[in-house]
Ligand binder design. Sequence first.
Ligand code: NI
Length: 432
Amino acid sequence: MADIIVKNAYVLTMDPDAGDLKNGTVVIEDGKITEIGEKTSESADTVIDAKHSVVMPGLVNTHTHAAMTLFRGYADDLQLADWLEGHIWPVEAKLTAEDVYKGSLLACLEMIKSGTTSFADMYFYMDETAKAVEASGLRASLCHGLIELWNEEKGEADLKEGKRFVRAWQGAADGRIKTMYGPHAPNTCSEEFLAKVREEANKDGAGIHIHLLETEAELLAMKERYGKCSVHLLEDIGFLGPDVLAAHCVWLSEGDIEILGKRGVNVSHNVISNMKLASGIAPVQKMLEKGVNVSLGTDGCASNNNLDLFEEMKTAALLHKVNTFNPTALPAQQVLQMSTVNGAKALGTETGMLKVGMKADLIVVDMKKPHLTPCFDVPSHLVYSARGSDVRTTIVNGKVLMDDYKVLALDEQKVMEEAQKAAEELVARVNA
Ligand code: NI
């Protein structure tokens, strides 16, 4: 007997070797997809009737700082330096471990409700984020942010904590948690420190999550310090590889794109954050043409201000069209691939596709809505018309986290109330 059967659904597999099914069934057992077809002879404890709905792989958010949900709407419409140094750093300085837990749990709740089944996170007090992931049922790749700032002592302490975290949580929560090293960025960590991080990551078989050329300021600072940009510096110290997840990648030259493609680096495109902070437009089409694995990320809620990947998909599709004066750029199917298949590849998880043998991370999107009627083309609707709030059921690792809009994994009201209270008290401490 199976655990879950999703029936009567439009099955969007995202599997290039298989088509979609207009009316199909997905069978789940022991956390994996065991059957996909028009009908099944199996029975299951849980049968989900997905009539008028699409079942598809859960979305993958490849760059965020979950606990920053507490700063949602706290500082908007500001210059980057003023935003960061005048507003974000002062509140971060007052954050407690408990705040990080409550903010991370709020992020997990928001992701479950908007169809994200796994995410990559970099922050501090990461044990708390890991506990929130464990409690929520989501899948995540987590790292402790390492900000050396040319201070050897701080670098050593950060690296020690990063390593402790990598070893403490690797494979935890039934394998839903993976750990990585998280050197913040090439303009906040020295060349020697970055080389050391690479060495430690190799020893532990862990990946590396880093911010890369988000701003022109980083590019200029790197050229002044080293006479070369961040990508060339990382290439020269043997840092780049297919286990590297690089967020932003806005200020890239043609040569940089070649290097990222050649080294198999995974890029997280954070379109809304880049627009909100006016950082620039990442050359996504050029990267895809050079074989770079480009996925989607929201970044933290201080620069987005939500974790809705449906919004991210639409914005990415539109921005690259107008930026290239080409309405055929980034078509819906390609954007869906970025948020599912490419995201899963970036995190190295067996998800991102509905395929027999893959882990059962999937969502059911309710298509019986005024803004989704009529429906000629499912990928088009998912990218251009649907919203995160159209997700009615979320399943991760074969467990139902939300069933027909009801979150089973967490107490929704309690999570929101506690986050609200933590955010208010945090701001009061900053202003005291
Ligand atoms: Ni970030």
